[in-house]
Each structure stands twice: as structure tokens, then as C-alpha cells.
Design a protein around this ligand. Structure first.
Ligand code: PRT
Length: 298
């Protein structure tokens, strides 16, 4: 039997679609529908297990799944709750970005973290908060709430909250203001240190490294752009210095009445923004085209 690996991803919610998208872009699709708990890929030796976010570190830790995609915030909370957990983060995936922050009612004066001494803070991340407060020498009553944490101060349950923030609009609409970020988070690919089937360990490790290579390729392609333009031949060095991460561009002389011009084509290792394009135009570049790259393997 050919070995397959098991990857746990969120069943539904903020990380589900983006987790499936990165796999799709890596050429890995799944049969079945999202009502199933296990989906199998016809293109790659991998099966998906669809789980609640908070369960993913446990399934990976005990080796039921080889890999998992979860928010670093959930991983850190699980690691802080269970010191016996040994998981490795193989890759930061660059989506699901948010921060875990402390917030207080907008009309509440706040002079520093010591204001929290002996106060009540509501959160869904009690262990992470407890760990942070310990480092600050603050003792608080931590009220654990599993959802809608932001209404706790208005209900008189807590003086402040510690919750995930991305745009900040939820805090604003609940008359709260963010006063301190205690950690940053994004989706991460985690791996088990427990091998349930030691006889196929090497085969599984090879599948995981092929998967990581494809994910790297997708992430690199997402950051990278292909840029083309015409430009004065005597401006090539200036152009190189303007384009982020541009290496060894292809330079083709233009013929006829435009012999002082060249066509430039290059890979830029970072996104090319509008102000860079405007700066290129200012030094004489024209017909500037920036196009996405589908896949890269170096
Ligand atoms: O449903 P499940 O049990 O699987 O988990 P869940 O309820 O935690 O799922 P979900 O989909 O809400 O969150 C999954 C992961 O997405 C989180 O663990 C984070 O890693 C990540 N993420 C990124 C966020 C946010 N951004 C986010 N903004 N998770 C939650 N929020 C919430 C936050 O709790 C608050 O209520 O969005 C609100 C704030 O958003 P802004 O934009 O108004 O600031």
C-alpha cells in the first residue's frame, strides 16, 4: 500500500477557504464535499481531516494527523495549556493575520499595563493572557469566554478584554479601544513529532517535503511579479535600483527609430507598487506591465 499523509484543516471559518486555496494552487484538489470529515486527494498522497480549529493541535500532537493548518494564536494557547505537547511549526503561511490585543472601554482612562492590577479581563485565550500578565508582574482575574468577548465590559462581566483583532472595527463598534498587542498571529503549518507508523516514516517524510516544496513555490509566486517595460538604454541601472529584488533582467534593444530604447523583462521578488511604476515612468519607462506568476520552482 502506498503511504498517504493526513493534514488537518479548519472545517469552516476564516482559515478554511485560504487553506484549501493554497493547496489548490499547489496542484492538490480533493474529492467529496465539505460535509465529509475526511476528503481524499486524487492528485497527491494526502487526505484532509476537517476539524474545529481548537482540536487541530491535539490531533497533530497525538499523531492522528501528520500535519495541520491552524492560527498561531490557537497553537500558542494549546502549547501554554499542555506543556507535554511537542509540535513543530514547519511554515508560516502568510494568511489569517491578526493580533491578540488588550482593549478597554473608550471612556476608560488608561495610563499603563499596571492599571490592570486586580482587574477582570475577559478572553478566549486565558493561558496566553496569563503567561503575558506573569511576564508583566500583573495579577488579574481572567474570565474565560468562548465567543463574543467584546460585549463583556458592557455586560459588566469584565473591565477589559483580550481578543483577536484584524481591522479593529469590532472593537470600535463595541466602544472599545485597543491599548496593547500581546502577540501577532498568522496561519501556520504544524507537524507531529509522533510517528504512529515507523515502518513508513521515510516515505511520509518524503511526501511532506514534496508538499512543503510546492507550498514554498506557491508562496514565492504570490510574492513575485513579472515586469516588462520599454525604457531609455542609459537608464537601466536606475531602473534596476527601483525594482524590488530585480535580478539579471533580460534586455532587448529596440530597432528602427527607437534604437536608444530597450525592452526590459525581469522577475521582481516582491510586489511592484503603483508608486514604483510612477517612478519608472518619470525616468522615461513606458508600456510598463506587471503580471502575476503562477508557479516557481528554483
Ligand atoms: O470555528 P472554529 O472552532 O474552527 O474556530 P474559530 O471560532 O476560532 O474560527 P474563526 O474562523 O473565527 O477563526 C479562525 C482563525 O482565524 C483564528 O484562530 C485566527 O487565527 C484567525 N483570525 C484572523 C481571526 C481573525 N482574523 C479575527 N478577526 N479570528 C477571529 N477574528 C475575530 C475576533 O475574535 C473578533 O471577534 O474577528 C473579530 C475582530 O475582527 P476585526 O476585523 O473587527 O478586528
Amino acid at each position: 500500500m502506498n503511504p498517504r499523509i493526513k493534514l488537518a484543516v479548519q472545517k469552516s471559518g476564516r482559515l478554511n477557504e485560504k487553506s484549501l486555496r493554497i493547496l489548490r494552487r499547489a496542484g492538490i484538489t480533493f474529492d467529496g464535499n465539505s460535509g465529509n470529515l475526511i476528503l481524499s486527494s486524487p492528485d497527491f498522497p494526502i487526505d484532509l481531516m476537517l476539524l474545529r480549529s481548537c482540536d487541530i493541535p491535539k490531533y497533530v500532537n497525538n499523531g492522528i494527523c501528520d500535519l495541520g493548518i491552524v492560527g498561531d494564536n490557537v497553537l500558542q494557547e494549546e502549547l501554554a495549556s499542555n506543556r507535554a505537547m511537542t509540535l513543530q511549526t514547519r511554515k508560516k503561511l502568510g494568511f489569517g493575520n491578526c493580533r491578540l490585543s488588550l482593549a478597554v472601554p473608550v471612556d476608560e482612562p488608561f495610563s499603563g499595563i499596571s492599571d490592570f492590577q486586580n482587574r477582570k479581563i475577559a478572553t478566549s485565550y486565558p493561558r496566553t493572557l496569563e503567561k503575558y500578565l506573569e511576564t508583566q508582574g500583573i495579577r488579574c482575574e481572567i474570565i474565560e469566554i468562548s465567543g463574543s468577548v467584546e460585549i463583556a465590559p458592557a455586560l459588566g462581566i469584565a473591565d477589559a478584554i483580550c481578543d483577536l483583532v484584524s481591522t479593529g472595527s469590532t472593537l470600535k463598534s463595541n466602544n472599545l479601544r485597543e491599548i496593547k498587542t500581546i502577540s501577532e498571529s498568522e496561519a501556520v503549518l504544524i507537524q507531529s513529532n509522533i510517528f504512529r507508523e515507523p515502518e513508513i516514516l521515510a516515505e511520509k517524510a518524503a511526501i511532506i517535503s514534496r508538499l512543503l516544496e510546492r507550498i514554498d513555490g506557491v508562496m514565492r509566486a504570490e510574492r513575485t511579479k513579472y515586469i516588462m517595460m520599454n525604457a531609455p538604454a542609459n537608464k537601466i541601472d536606475e531602473i534596476k535600483s527601483l525594482i524590488p529584488g530585480m535580478e539579471a533582467p533580460t534586455i532587448i534593444p529596440l530597432g528602427g527609430s527607437r534604437s536608444d530604447q530597450v525592452a526590459i523583462q525581469a522577475v521582481a521578488k516582491e510586489d511592484v507598487f503603483w508608486d514604483t511604476m510612477q517612478a519608472l515612468k518619470q525616468i522615461g519607462a513606458s508600456s510598463i506591465l506587471v503580471v502575476p506568476i503562477e508557479k516557481i520552482i528554483i
